[in-house]
Design a protein. Sequence first.
Lengths: 224, 419
Amino acid sequence: MTSYLARIFGSSPVAPLQAHMDRVYQCAKQLIALFNAVAADDWQKVGEARQRITELEDEADQLKQAIRGKLPRNLLMPVARGDILELVLVQDKIANRAKDVSGLVVGRRMRLPPQISAPFLAFVARSIDAVKKARKSVRELDELYETGFRGAEARLVESLIEELDSIESDTDRMQTEIRARLFALEKDLPPVEVMFLYRVIELVGEIADMAERVGRRLELLLTY
Amino acid sequence: MEHVTAYLILAVAFGLFMAWGIGANDVANAMATSVGSKALTIRQAIVVAAIFEFCGAVLAGGEVTATIRQGIVDTAYFADDPELLVMGMLSSLLAAGIWLLVASRRGWPVSTTHSIVGAIVGFAAVGVGLDTIKWGSVGTIVMSWVVSPLLAGVIAFLIFTSVRLLILVHPDPLARARRFVPMYMFLAGFVITLITLFKGLKHIGLELGAAQAYMAAVLIGLMIAVIGKIFIDRIEVDRKAEKKFHFHTVERVFGVLMVVTACSMAFAHGSNDVANAIGPVAAVISVAQTGIVGDASAVSLSILLLGGAGIVVGLATYGRHVIATVGRRITELTPSRGFAAELAAATTIVLASGTGLPISTTHTLVGAVLGVGMARGIAAINLATVGRIFLSWLVTIPAGAILSILFYFTLRWAFGELA
């Protein structure tokens, strides 16, 4: 016996979106372990971190597909279907970038010059902070649905997004500083290695950018 | 009439069968919203449904019963041959009952009300003649099938919007909920009581004037609000659950409110749907006992009791399984949403019952859920399913009609009226 009344409720995308963001954060967080291992020249640990990142990125991918599959066109939702799809896409890009970075590091056997090691690790950690803040904002989604994206709860999420923005600005500043230090080292390092380091710094910076874009997407949900 | 006893036995048997089916299926849909939102356990839902379905049927079910019994066919046409009316009503009951059984086994969204109205129109139009139908009143009934989900939707939209503005958007929603939820309880008690009293309770020997009705409604509303307030104040904050979902305790406050609206919903359902089973029974009994085709005498209390009892038995024997299944599937409907949908649907249904209009409880409830959805209250509503539910009445009416025509001719043949 099935009831048609039960079938008028589509499945809510909230919990899957939160699960996805959780996985994405776990994935990006492995970069801290990865770069610490690089700095310590411990290639076994680098390999392990890389392995975890690949697995978590894969899980996130599957969750993304599941969310898309559960959002047919004829749903009546409090937010636009497109906004939900965009949000999961941006979230997923964080995991993708983490995987790209880890691939590059392992593939080219990255060596971190000791002169930039400390600021670089701080920069990575701060970028992951941005992802963590993005996850915290996404965790407020069920409360946002409860209140209809208005009022005190919406203001709370807005303030979270502001904090996220300021973390992202921090990473921008740190990135500029590391570049300046690297520039000073350029003449002593093999040119290809320098090009490669610039690329890694850029990719890590993009992770913070993507986290900020998750905030932008959430903000769009509040503008109804 | 030669077969009076046979007619009476068949009428009671078919009527009970239909009432059992309504209790087993229809009530489940009405009660499942409360179980799904965890406001009630299944056991509690059955007790609540049994008590309030019964009250609804007995206290407010008379008008719709009268409509089913004599508002669709013009009984004057049967004055010469009252047995035709008896057999027509019997076949309508059987047709609607069987159609419901088949449809609910297959999971088709059919309405009890649409089945029985289709069946009565069918036997009368084809078996006797198109002139026997009161087309004006059938037109009104069909219009009410369009209006009732719309009305419930608008009311649900307004109720839920008020919940958001009064409670949910504020920095301290829990304190606001403790303050305002008893007012919604008052509203539920007041409105349902008032409509029921205005329609009159003469058949149980209670007659009230307008002023008295208002007073009684205010009193009952206040009583419910005070009792509810006591329960609400007892709710303690669960810090752990609150951390995961900040509105956990707020929803539990709404859960108390949902017990009240579940009672209203069961009452409303009893007032409207019991008639589908006992309206035809009432027609058969009055013809069989008097041998003449019905004057407008009131529906007797014993028949209302029969219908109420049948529904409760259906609920207890089979409905519990349906409630369990449906309840598990509609957890998306949290108490703050579920109560708005139930209160809107119950108000609309009791209003229709007072006017004597047989409407579809399920369609009204679906309309109310859509209203909450339009107010951006529900994460996702599948519009394809909603469309199928509303389209289903286009299929149910001819299906009920064809079956009842078949049974009508079979019965006439069985009782030797056809050579």
